[in-house]
Design a protein around this ligand. Structure first.
Ligand SMILES: Nc1ncnc2c1ncn2[C@@H]1O[C@H](COP(=O)(O)OP(=O)(O)OP(=O)(O)O)[C@@H](O)[C@H]1O
Length: 383
């Protein structure tokens, strides 16, 4: 299990992660979501000991990464698939990682087979496509047959077949009882892959719940009702009856009505009473993407001057409460989305003083040695 308690990271005046507490449990795929710059990579780097927290702690099985016995055999990670020596072949890259961690050479051939790169094992990785590079990064993560796996955007650059393969691989790894923590921007993909979600915005926790709960908490169910296209007056008549009965009615682009606030049987009865025939009456739930957009709309740092979401995003349905403005790091989190406090770690590490002012400049701590099985990465600023 991965456990973060009060995790905070500042880069000079910039607070990248603030007071983040969550647990990632074994046996399920946990998705890690957040807009660009929300602190996902920073959090993953702290989990792997590549960055030191300014405050708080994060442990794997009760230990910080740097104190984890035989870490490369316990934890595997894909952080940046491009961080590979391009002059080396796929096999020699993996072989060098294996040798550093005392992993037998035969495991290299095994993982090359698992990720489907056996045919190109002797080719230099600088000629690899984006998808091949991702597969090589995933092979490196699997090398030590670890119980804990972290993947930062693993489907980046993969074609549909590759995406399906990654999805099945993640699920397979979780079904073997491993802890699988995976970040992605592809909501539709996350909905199919993850069972549990941790969502952050501007470095703070927004949600820690199952995918189903996340959608239910951040979207309202609605009914779609369609009357015969040939008789527009029936649509008007039904709309009036539903509104009078307390429903909220919005027209949809295809001529249907989106109704909230009334259960389906009641809508059916009202239509019957109004003598209106129905061509459609169906229940709907917002997608993960819709729920995510709704939750994070106040936490987006980077947005086009021509905000594309204005076109993509439907207006807030009547009766729905608008998302509160995202808090600023260090100025408290509204209680409605606060997760239950995490349990005390099995082996508490040296507690660090809480950060009084997250915007105060703190001295940069020296980075810890990178994990051998994880693809080596550089600070984003250095890329
Ligand atoms: N080494 C660094 N020095 C200074 N600021 C940094 C450094 N690394 C990250 N940051 C800043 O911290 C914030 C969080 O960055 P991070 O890369 O963790 O976000 P992210 O959620 O992974 O973003 P993306 O989805 O775009 O990859 C950003 O504002 C980023 O500019």
């Amino acid at each position: 299990m991965i456990e973060a308690v009060g995790l905070t990271k500042r880069y000079g005046a910039k607070t990248a992660v603030y007071n983040l507490s969550f647990q990632v449990r074994p046996g399920t795929v946990t998705g890690f979501l957040g807009p660009n710059g929300s602190g996902k990579s920073t959090t993953m780097r702290m989990i792997l000991g590549l960055d030191q927290p300014t405050a708080g702690q994060v442990t794997i099985g009760g230990y910080p990464y740097s104190k984890l016995p035989n870490a490369p055999r316990q934890v595997g990670a894909l952080l940046d698939a491009k961080a590979v020596h391009g002059g080396r072949t796929a096999r020699s890259h993996l072989l060098s990682l294996a040798q550093l961690s005392g992993i037998p050479a035969r495991r290299v051939d095994e993982v090359l087979g698992v990720v489907g790169l056996q045919e190109v094992a002797k080719r230099r990785s600088k000629g690899f496509s984006l998808g091949m590079g991702q597969r090589l990064g995933i092979a490196a993560a699997l090398l030590g047959d670890p119980q804990v796996l972290l993947f930062d955007e693993p489907v980046n650059g993969l074609d549909p077949e590759g995406i399906l393969w990654v999805r099945n691989l993640m699920k397979q790894l979780a079904s073997e009882g491993r802890t699988v923590f995976v970040s992605s921007h592809l909501m539709s993909e996350m909905a199919l892959t993850a069972e549990h979600l941790i969502v952050i915005g501007r470095g703070q926790l927004l949600a820690d719940m199952s995918v189903g709960d996340f959608i239910a908490h951040n979207s309202a169910g609605f009914a779609r009702v369609r009357t015969p296209d040939t008789e527009p007056q029936l649509r008007e008549k039904l709309g009036a009856a539903l509104t009078e009965a307390g429903g909220q009615v919005l027209p949809e682009q295809d001529g249907a009505l989106r109704v909230t606030g009334l259960p389906l049987p009641r809508i059916s009865d009202l239509a019957h009473e109004a003598d209106v025939r129905l061509w459609e009456l169906s229940p709907h739930q917002a997608s993960l993407e819709e729920a995510y957009m709704r939750m994070t709309q106040g936490a987006v740092d980077y947005r086009s001057t021509v905000d594309q979401r204005a076109g993509l995003h439907e207006p807030l349905a009547p009766g729905m409460v608008p998302q509160q403005q995202m808090p600023v790091a260090g100025q408290g989190q509204p209680g409605w989305y606060a997760p239950p406090p995490p349990q005390a770690p099995q082996q508490p590490q040296q507690p660090q003083a809480p950060v009084a002012n997250p915007y105060a400049t703190a001295p940069q701590q020296p980075p810890a040695a990178p994990p051998a099985a994880a693809a080596p990465t550089m600070d984003k600023d250095a890329r």
